[in-house]
Design a protein around this ligand. Structure first.
Ligand code: BG6
Length: 513
């Protein structure tokens, strides 16, 4: 992590922020609320201009009004007082642009330069952060046009143009390599910030700090003490109507597992880097991805695809995936993935990592659960207690677990056995828990700030991306074949039965978060 960590931007760090795709959902829901919060908390200098760029005709004032509604609706502050909004919004500008035609970029560049000269003074060479919140098919064309339209800095001033790219970064290994090669022809790798918003979550950042900031856990996190690790990222929502078209060409493996879930796996499995700096941390993550191996030679035995079918949820009928808007009625796209994988290295050899993600599961929850081995002997009986500490009867022995709850009810919990008070030697399960305070920062706040600070620790480097695609590619290929059908599961269940078998074949079971 950089030395600039924890500090607001310095006065000599002048930035213009350009959001391409300013009429889209991401700008309204995430980007503008995050920029407003950063400014409110003093992390964004008062004068940094923010340009919304999109195809539609709109005046600056119309853009400002739309953004006010969005920030009030989606921001952490709720309703914004007039004077505060006035102060913030005076730096918001709107610029109409056809992203795929060069001419408009020259005009955009002139306007940005002119505005910067007004607000920063004529001699300040400001940096430009360009956020591509646009359809991936326009990524390359817009970066090409940016460079040709006057935004490309000289070789020794590359920091003056930083481009933030939203996922998906390709839809498979070859398209991702093609995109990276295209971007790398135009920009230096240090100018490209590939967002995986999971890395911006407070609880995700804490995984490394918790692991390497405490001497007592790290010696236990290896094959000698850990039985297995489960990573769950489940959602209770189905597919929103605006996303059916995208999702039906993507599916859970591309949408979530290849990026968010594998990133979580990297953080829990990686070795400590020699120094806590962006590239060294990412080097360690790449090593984890390159050590991944499937749980079996037969893909059907280690990678399970599921698709939800309709049913009732809280007394209401809900659609199955194939009935969702803009989804093909005979779609074979997976809305659930379960996997058994191994990190084939000295530390983790033979420790299974079970991964699952899916839509329309019973809860929205993301967690990493490290399950330790049972004590070598167990002379006591164990009493299971409920969350109030009430005695719920005798059970077999229970292993310790360490659970990183990424969201919601963010926490880190260590489950231990203690003596149940009374005149017998019974063990009861109890928890040591760190509960995060409410109102944690939104991932995009941290990520946008890091782009401006020039800290790429929490962004995906091209070799990480490549290694992640390389690992999932055989599964994508297998599922593309005509024969492969996903296993169906009812809404409000934890996925298809085949996913249970990943664990039950070795006598294990999924936790119920
Ligand atoms: C996105 C996926 O990257 O992450 C969505 O495209 C998913 O399908 C979302 O719903 C989940 O993010 P979060 O932060 O709500 O867990």
């Amino acid at each position: 992590m950089s030395e600039a960590e924890n500090s607001p931007l310095q006065n000599d760090q002048r930035h213009s922020i350009l959001i391409f795709g300013a009429s889209g959902d991401l700008t309204a829901r995430k980007l503008m609320p995050a920029l407003f919060t950063l400014w409110s908390e003093g992390f964004l200098p008062d004068d940094s201009p923010i340009f919304g760029v999109a195809r539609r005709e709109k005046t600056d004032n119309e853009f400002r009004s739309e953004m006010r509604i969005a920030v009030s609706k989606y921001g952490r502050q709720g309703e914004i007082p007039d004077d505060k909004w006035q102060k913030f919004s005076q730096r918001l500008f709107y610029h109409r642009l056809d992203l795929d035609t060069l001419e408009g970029y020259v005009g955009l560049h002139a306007r940005v330069e002119e505005t910067e000269a007004e607000v920063f003074g004529p001699d300040v060479a400001a940096s430009r952060v360009v956020y591509l919140a646009i359809t991936p098919s326009l990524f390359l064309a817009s970066v090409e046009n940016l460079c040709a339209g006057g935004f490309k800095p000289t070789h020794d001033e590359t920091h003056r143009l930083r481009v933030v790219v939203e996922k998906p970064f390709g839809r498979d290994l070859s398209s991702s390599l093609e995109l990276s090669a295209g971007l790398n022809r135009l920009l230096d790798e240090s100018q490209i910030y590939r967002i995986d918003h999971y890395l911006g979550k407070e609880t995700v950042q804490n995984i490394l700090l918790f692991r390497f900031g405490n001497a007592i856990f790290e010696p236990l996190l290896n094959r000698h003490h850990v039985d297995h690790i489960q990573i769950t990222m489940s959602e209770n929502q189905g597919i929103e109507s605006s996303r059916g078209g995208y999702y039906d060409t993507s599916g859970a493996l591309r949408d979530v597992l290849q990026n968010h879930v594998l990133q979580l796996l990297c953080l829990v499995a990686m070795e400590p880097p020699a120094v806590f700096l962006g590239d060294q941390i990412r080097d360690e993550k790449v090593k984890v991805l390159e050590s991944l191996r499937p749980g079996s030679d037969n893909i059907n035995e280690w990678a399970i695809a599921g698709q939800y079918v309709g049913g009732t949820l809280d007394g209401e009928a809900v659609n199955g995936y194939r009935q969702e808007s803009r989804v093909a009625p005979n779609s074979r796209r997976e809305t659930f993935v379960g996997m058994e994988v191994y990190v084939d290295n000295w530390r983790w050899a033979q420790v299974p990592f079970y991964l699952r993600t899916g839509k329309r599961l019973p809860e929205r929850v993301t967690e990493i659960a490290i399950q330790f081995k049972l004590p070598p002997m167990h002379p006591f009986s164990t009493v299971e207690c409920d969350s109030n500490g009430e005695d719920c009867g005798l059970v077999g022995s229970r292993p310790n677990s360490l659970v990183f709850r990424i969201q919601p009810e963010e926490s880190i919990t260590l489950s231990c056995s203690v003596k149940q008070p009374g005149h017998q030697y019974n063990l009861a399960r109890q928890q040591l828990k760190y509960q995060y305070p409410h109102g944690l920062a939104e991932a995009y706040e941290r990520l946008l700030l890091d782009v401006m600070r020039g800290d790429s620790t929490l962004f995906t480097r091209s070799d990480e991306l490549e290694a992640a695609w390389r690992f999932v590619q055989p599964v994508l290929d297998h599922w593309e074949t005509d024969k492969h059908q996903p296993d169906f599961y009812q809404v409000d269940t934890w996925g298809p039965q085949a996913a249970d078998k990943l664990l039950s074949k070795s006598g294990r079971e999924w936790r119920e978060p």
